[in-house]
Design a protein around this ligand. Structure first.
Ligand code: GTP
Length: 198
């Protein structure tokens, strides 16, 4: 049985590769922006928002390749007031996101859905609590000067495995979930399907 990662995320690819998972990566080719707009309009909770997007990506590729297992993922940042942050569109918006998160806790949800023959067969959503230390404007400017080219592809404007670690006083949850997928539950399921040895 083949496994396809329906994602263009370098962080997700790197995690599966490092874990020794045999897979092919394929861009999901979904119009995330319009999907996000309708999901926001529906007022979905962050967990359900991420789950719905992960399923959309998994089903899109599974319908193209029904004989494979297809893993779709999505990560969202939810502030305490319920605001969902997407990837920043500019350095200025990235600075705004960091100011919004400064000195507060937010949650990063990462959802995974596995589809087969055009149907979801497994799903898991995990959450990490992210405690951002108070960030000065000078720190934010210096951080973005150094990190913007990399962090622009990351929701929350940080790579936790990189200089993003400097933003936090505490993290409660899985490092894998922060990077972009609930890796250990995914590996559990892959063992039940013979993709990985038990
Ligand atoms: N390397 C890394 N990536 C992160 C981190 N936090 C969030 N991300 C990335 O932020 C992105 C969240 O955007 P998504 O819309 O879920 O995924 P994407 O990058 O658009 O890729 P698709 O799966 O093709 O939609 C993902 O690529 C995550 O891997 C982190 O700490 N490290």
């Amino acid at each position: 049985m083949r496994l396809i990662l329906a994602s263009g995320s370098s962080g997700r690819r790197a995690m599966l590769e490092a874990a020794g998972v045999p897979f092919e990566a394929m861009a999901p080719g979904v119009d995330e922006e319009s999907a996000k707009a309708s999901l926001r309009a529906a007022g979905l909770a962050p967990r359900d928002f991420a789950d719905a997007l992960a399923e959309l990506k998994a089903l899109k590729v599974s319908n193209r390749d029904p004989g494979a297992l297809v893993l779709g993922c999505d990560s969202v940042v939810a502030l305490e007031d319920g605001t969902l942050l997407d990837k920043a569109e500019s350095k200025a918006q990235a600075a705004e996101h960091l100011r919004l998160m400064s000195g507060k806790r937010h949650h990063l949800y990462s959802a995974a859905v596995i589809a087969e023959a055009g149907e979801p067969v497994w799903r898991f959503v995990d959450r990490a609590a992210m405690y951002v230390r108070p960030l000065s404007d000078a720190f934010i400017d210096a951080y973005l000067d150094r990190e913007w080219d990399q962090a622009r592809w990351c929701v929350g404007v940080y790579r936790i495995e990189g200089p993003g670690a400097q933003l936090f006083s505490r993290i409660d949850g899985s490092h894998f979930t922060v990077i972009g997928l609930p890796l250990l539950p995914v590996l559990d399921y892959l063992r039940t399907r013979g993709i990985l040895a038990s």
